[in-house]
Write a protein that binds this ligand. Sequence first.
Ligand SMILES: *Cc1c(COP(=O)(O)O)cnc(C)c1O
Length: 386
Amino acid sequence: MALDDAALQKFGFIPREPKDAINIDPLQTGGILTEEARRALLEWGDGYSVCDFCGGVLDLIKKPPIENFVHSALPEFLNTDVVRVTHGARESKFAVMHSMAKEGDYIVLDKLAHYSSFVAAQRARLNVRTVPHSEAPEYMTYVEGYAIAIEEVIRDTGKAPALAQVTYPDGNYGNLADVKRISDICHSYDVPLMVNGAYSVGKMPVDAKAMGADFIVGSGHKSMASSGPIGVLGVKEDYADIVFGKSPTHPTKEIELLGCSVRGAPIMTMIASFPHVVRRTRNWYNEVADARWFSSRLADLGIVQKGEMPHNHDLMFFEAPVFYEISQTAKKGRYFLYRELKEKNIHGIKSGLTKYFKLSTYQVGRDNLKYVADSFEEIIEKHRIA
Ligand SMILES: *Cc1c(COP(=O)(O)O)cnc(C)c1O
């Protein structure tokens, strides 16, 4: 097919739908841009825009204040020693796995780890041992499972795993594991611990040192009100030379970052949103209160939250037999819920899901959450009568 005018017609500016819906998609609630970030996106949108000011090391750019942001503000925010900006949580994890472990080594992951953790380990040619959780209804990762997994690796291979990781919170149930106890266990075997905070860094207070995290990972487009791809990686001083080792041929360039990472608008959106992001983490306990309130409203409708109870995070997993039952006879079948919610201007529960789904209450606000809960109730009533 020739790329003639007719073929090119479908490209060009494409408006985004839905526009002003109430968003409860867990992937999206923490990544909605601030007004400042929206402006930065336009202002710095040209390719390589920040490179005008670069003397060879991106994170040392003084104006705009990238150096201050990366070397001072972010380490303070995460309470870690050395920080770099990456293209996302997965790129941060891969950089750590690839530099800390050698081909064939074992690492330990919680069973609820994100797929990108497994894929990062595969790309680094590592073996994975998983730590189980308690299964239904709470699905809490077993803290002592880390000791068992580490000992199994030692028994089978003669040496300790190169790294352990815990997902904080996990992306399915929004459970917050007891990271301090996990890090104590790992450290008693001299195994460093990586905390995957894709759903926490930028939403809630995260203190890498207090948790005993040797590595802390965040996702800008998921939880730091940034236009991605962008992530953060915090590293304890002891490991900084390993993870941020420099090229023998190009001595200012860090190998795991392929020389430099975020080269334009994404970092300027992260910087633009940062004052808001820091302040919103101080409001975290109100967010948890909103999540609990919403969970109890749904419980009254027979929609039951799984995972940690009472819950400590805005990401929640629900079992909704009532919606499943309706889907058996509804006109649109299992798509009825998505359609009904769309009609009510609510976005974020995956199309086709009824029996199990997850959602996020983050920064939705009590009024809108009340509207969402009332809408669930109306949908149930409507189909009960029909
Ligand atoms: C979303 C998510 C990721 C991936 O984040 P990216 O920044 O897009 O790489 C990794 N881990 C968890 C737990 C996630 O929820």
